[in-house]
Design a protein around this ligand. Structure first.
Ligand code: PGA
Length: 263
């Protein structure tokens, strides 16, 4: 695991956007795994800016979103379909048919989930999976106790996730859908690269558990310790519970020095 600690959210977003830009310039047919939530919004803004000002081309990119609520229409104002269109897809030149977001009813979800997994494989697998992290350590909607080998499936959301998402549904927990379809931890682990972003003190405990704690289904993000190519990009506040923060900073500074010598 590479841990990159940046002073602010704006800087962690800039580093994340550069990683995606570099990958896209090397591979125009990039397959991106995408996340929703407040954390990646700045990343999408940065990528949209790169598209508009530098002509960063998304015309051959394919995307797979991590998750979507079950039981709300794609055009619901708080669906993840709407989120992705608003914050990203409508502002870049990606063909609509290249954008995949889970969408199914509870009744039909099994076949849908199998097809979603198959579509990822058929696209050649995910090159970079963008991830946020819940205060309880979830990735996607893989709540604590999720199998670390799980695949795309339907999950019941925990009370803490319902509460965290209530502001998006008029402030009432009752209005938040109770279930979601999510890629599994095992699905995420098959991405060639994972980019876990976190900002703010509310994420400090989850980040410390995920990065330095034991690998456990109680903290689904901790499975990423077994992933060969995960980059955790966080700000100082989210890094505030890490025991080895100084070491991570030193390692990153050394890597930057090596890279600048090579250029
Ligand atoms: P957030 O959500 O980016 O809105 O904090 C992250 C998550 O719950 O995965």
């Amino acid at each position: 695991m590479e841990v990159i600690i940046q002073p602010t959210y704006a800087q962690l977003v800039a580093v994340s956007a550069e990683i995606i830009r570099d990958a896209l310039l090397k591979k125009p047919h990039l397959v991106l795994g995408l996340a929703t939530g407040s954390t990646p919004i700045g990343l999408y803004e940065a990528l949209v800016r790169m598209h508009k000002t530098e002509g960063l081309d998304f015309s051959s990119v394919t995307t797979f979103n991590l998750d979507e609520y079950v039981g709300i229409r794609p055009n619901h104002p708080y669906s993840y379909h709407t989120f992705m269109k608003t914050h990203f897809f409508n502002a870049i030149n990606i063909p609509t048919e290249n954008c995949h977001i889970p969408q199914s009813t509870a009744e039909a979800h099994e076949e849908f989930c199998e097809n979603y997994e198959e579509a990822i494989v058929n696209a050649g697998g995910i090159d970079i999976q963008v991830l946020g992290i819940g205060t309880d350590g979830h990735i996607g909607f893989n709540e604590p106790s999720s199998s670390l080998g799980s695949r795309t499936r339907i999950k019941t959301l925990t009370q803490s996730t319902l509460e965290a998402n209530a502001p998006h549904f008029g402030g009432t927990v009752d209005a938040v859908p109770k279930m979601a379809i999510t890629m599994g931890v095992g699905t995420i682990m098959e991405a060639k690269r994972c980019l876990l972003m976190a900002s703010g003190e509310s994420k400090a405990e989850a980040i410390a558990h995920a990065v330095e704690g034991p690998i456990t289904a109680e903290v689904p993000a901790s499975a990423l310790q077994m992933h060969p190519h995960t980059v955790v990009i966080i700000d100082e506040a989210a890094a505030s519970n890490l025991k080895r923060a100084d070491y991570y900073k030193q390692a990153y500074a050394n890597k930057q020095k090596l890279l600048s010598h090579r250029e």
